[in-house]
Design a protein. Structure first.
Length: 430
């Protein structure tokens, strides 16, 4: 198969790494890709929202399968666009329709969907810019802390946890009236704060059948001990020991099944990945949010554990034949440590030359925010730069493998968390 993968981050490098292992893949193109994907596939200088350019490339290269990595082209309707163009009406695509992508594109839409379909989630109310006074009155009646979420896409930064009523009122005004997150916060979801342990569950679906992929726990804060500002993710661990079989059975029965059934019942075309952010509250699962693609950096910890043919999985999703796919999961543990530019998630300097090891042992280096300068030297280009995944039979050994590789990588002002997985190790050792 000729396959086109859209995206440029660590998630897409992990996808590319997994796709090219399949004998079903004859040629893989990645648009726009990064220096890591360039080593194993053919990068194409196309933006993920260049719909006409993507369509023309598909036609020119006789693409058999399209895999859409990030959420933006999904929310903007790329799947619908391609399925209305001559010659690509029936092209297999891994990614939901624009309506399906609204589960991530609008927090309010997703909360209403959960309520309609009996999916457990936190209590909430939604407010528009002209409803600031009503919003403040609502805040005054709620328990603290309280969660404020920009309704639209805000690059992972649109969620605020407010510890005081004054902070909540000020933040609501900043979001609704002062457009703190631009158009994304023209509508704000005010949500009950759930206590417990977070984890991410990943589901592949063809809109009718589904397969539950390995779960993961990610680490959002920049600082050790989950302190400091939220980021796109500083690390991940899979599997998650506290997500035992009994808990995951509850997730499937109470969340996955009603979600997939709701999509089918409401006529929402959905052939893709569903990333369910959960809170384990005293042994019961509650949905924090839906995302309509795989997570990052969770993908880098999840995909290495899939032992069955990954292209067959993608074809099953896009072709509606997922029920006949047998998913095989490795019992090994994967841990991912994200290396970031100094200063991230706020302003940071880029363009520093990087040194990477020629060979790694029991680990993989996925590129996220790298670039090559005019001299061909690898440099840091983004906030999150590399995702290093260790894989071993135990969590401790997987962490050792990841951090051993991290210690061999350097560039000026690089940063990473040194405590990824330590909370789980403490739980295991109790």
């Amino acid at each position: 198969m000729n396959i086109l993968l859209l995206g440029s981050g660590g998630r897409e490098h992990a996808f590319a790494w997994k796709i090219v292992q399949s004998p079903k893949c004859s040629q893989l193109f990645v648009a726009p890709g990064n220096p890591g994907t360039a080593e194993i596939a053919t990068n194409v200088s196309l933006g993920v929202t260049d719909f006409t350019g993507i369509y023309a490339f598909i036609q020119a290269q006789s693409i058999d399968l399209v895999v859409i990595g990030p959420e933006e082209p999904l929310v903007k309707g790329l799947v619908d666009y391609l399925h209305t163009q001559k010659g690509t009406e029936h092209l297999p695509i891994v990614g939901p329709s624009q309506l399906g992508a609204t589960l991530e594109g609008s927090k309010d839409f997703s909360k209403q969907f959960m309520l309609r379909n009996g999916v457990p989630t936190a209590a909430y109310a939604t407010f528009h810019a002209h409803q600031l006074e009503e919003g403040i009155a609502y805040l005054e009646q709620q328990s603290l802390p309280i969660v404020l979420k920009a309704d639209g896409l805000a690059a992972g930064k649109g969620v605020l946890i407010c510890e005081s009523l004054e902070d909540a009122k000020l933040s609501l005004k900043e979001m609704l009236v002062d457009a703190k997150f631009g158009d994304a916060s023209s509508k704000v979801v005010v949500e009950e704060f759930l206590t417990g342990i977070e984890l991410s569950v990943f589901v592949a679906t063809d809109g009718v059948s589904y397969k539950i992929l390995p779960e993961a726990k990610d680490y959002k804060r920049i600082g050790e001990g989950d302190t400091g500002l939220n980021t796109g993710g500083m690390g991940a661990v899979s599997p998650v020991p506290f997500a035992d079989a009994a808990f995951l059975q509850k997730v499937e029965e109470r969340i996955v099944k009603p979600t997939i059934a709701g999509l089918e019942k409401e006529g929402i075309p959905y052939k893709g990945f569903l990333f369910i952010g959960l809170m384990n509250t005293q042994g019961d699962p509650y949905v924090i949010e839906y995302n309509v693609r795989m997570g990052d950096p969770e993908t880098e910890a999840v995909l290495p554990r899939i032992e069955s043919d990954f292209v067959d999985l993608l074809v099953g999703i896009a072709g509606g034949t997922l029920a006949s796919y047998t998913l095989q999961i490795s019992p090994k543990t994967c841990t991912t440590v994200v290396m970031v530019s100094g200063g991230y998630p706020e302003s940071y300097a880029k363009g520093f030359p990087m040194t990477l090891p020629e060979k790694t042992r029991n680990s993989m280096v996925f590129h996220a925010g790298t670039a090559q300068n005019e001299s061909g030297v690898l440099t840091n280009q983004g906030g999150r730069v590399l995702a290093i995944t260790g894989m071993a039979s135990t969590l401790e050994a997987a962490l050792d493998a990841a951090y051993a590789t991290v210690s061999e990588i350097s560039w000026e002002k690089s940063n990473f968390r040194r405590d990824i997985g330590q909370d789980i190790l403490r739980l295991e050792n109790k």
